[in-house]
Design a protein around this ligand. Structure first.
Ligand code: MRU
Length: 354
């Protein structure tokens, strides 16, 4: 396999060979170690999602789909009501692991509909249908990522400089990725991009994951600290910004990794197009605007200590650590989905997709 193929075929989430557990790459160990984890209990799954061992909106959804199926296999109840009650307990528990990426609840709701839509069937049959559904969620994500990458690539020219934020590549999705998908697809077709990857404080998904994926694929990538985005734009090195998304509201406001909205504001100042790429499973039409999106708050430790040999701030110093922010729709040049490129006004162009 060539280098790009190796990266775009990384399976960050899959069902185990015996079909009873979920296998993930532990993304917290990258780029230093490639370790796989087997998740069998609800607690294993909850913790893997909460601690970002599996992360990125689509990958979280795929993991939740496989996870709830594996947990359904463990339910002893053989009468429908008892089965549904236990299924919902697991569903609510997994759903509480992270609030912002809609793909988590989207995948869990899809799996629940298989149970509620087949109440006349034997539990063994329902389990078969659940298995089909979670595999379908994964397969669909593969083709959505491919289509998003094609549409995204149509917006780029050979030699362009691209700024990325966080990680929306193969590890966060399936195969090509979303935000970084056009870069892998373009490279496969012989195009050369110069990518500037924001390190993405505080959890460093850009440094640990995006620069790893791009470098391994032989794409020209330069890692920068988040506060260097302005200078590379001012230098004229950036022709487009491309990011993924965790939840898109009906008006086109986009929740994505903390710092994304700052990049969009800078891009507007410098006249650089700002593109958001994501599957329609990340669009939440029940959310009218970004104000309704719940933003996950995380531990101060991630800012003060996590990646340092000793703390960088006093223990008693307060920290505010939102994991996401909302980019206003007015700053977004286009939202690229597997169904095509949506342009403003997003209330119209997104509604057409549903
Ligand atoms: O907290 P994370 O690492 O799960 O956040 C991920 C992001 O913000 C990604 O940019 C987003 O999920 C898009 S992934 C295709």
């Amino acid at each position: 396999m060539d280098h790009i193929n190796e990266i775009t075929h990384i399976e960050s989430v899959r069902l185990s060979d015996d079909g009873a557990s979920v296998i993930i790459i532990d993304q917290t160990q990258l780029p230093n170690r490639t370790e796989y984890l087997t998740l069998s209990s609800a607690k294993d799954m909850w913790e893997a999602i909460y601690h970002l061992k599996v992360r990125g909106a689509p990958a979280i959804g795929i993991c939740a789909g496989y996870g709830i199926y594996c947990l359904a296999l463990q339910i002893r109840e053989r009468n429908y009501d008892g089965f549904l009650r236990k299924f919902r307990e697991n569903k609510n528990y997994l759903n509480s692991s992270r609030p912002t990426a809609v793909n988590l609840s989207w995948a869990l709701n899809r799996m629940e509909q298989v149970v509620t839509g087949n109440s006349d069937k034997e539990i063994t049959e329902i389990l078969e249908l659940l298995k089909e559904e979670c595999m379908k969620i994964h397969q669909e994500d593969i083709s959505m990522c491919r289509a998003i990458s094609e549409y995204g690539l149509s917006l780029l020219k050979d030699g362009d400089g691209i700024l990325t934020h966080c990680n929306a590549g193969p590890l966060a999705t399936s195969r090509y990725g979303t935000g970084q998908g056009p870069l892998f697809l373009g490279k496969e077709r012989g195009m050369n991009f110069r990518v500037y990857a924001d390190e993405t404080r505080p959890l460093l998904q850009g440094a640990r994951l995006t620069s790893y994926e791009l470098q391994k694929a032989g794409i020209d990538v330069t890692l920068i600290c988040d506060n260097m985005a302005s200078i590379v734009m001012k230098n004229g090195w950036i022709q487009a910004c491309m990011v993924g998304c965790d939840r898109v509201a009906a008006n086109g406001d986009v929740a994505n990794k903390i710092g994304t909205s700052g990049v969009a504001i800078l891009a507007r100042y410098y006249g650089i197009p700002f593109y958001v790429l994501g599957p329609t499973s990340t669009i939440d039409m029940s959310c009218k605007t970004g104000n309704e999106i719940v933003i996950e708050l995380r531990e101060p430790e991630e800012i003060k200590g996590k990646f340092y040999s000793e703390p960088v701030a006093l223990k008693e110093v307060k920290c505010y650590n939102p994991a996401f922010d909302v980019t206003d729709h007015s700053l977004i040049t286009a939202i690229i989905t597997e169904q095509g490129i949506c342009r403003p006004p997003y209330t119209d162009s997104l509604a057409v997709l549903f």
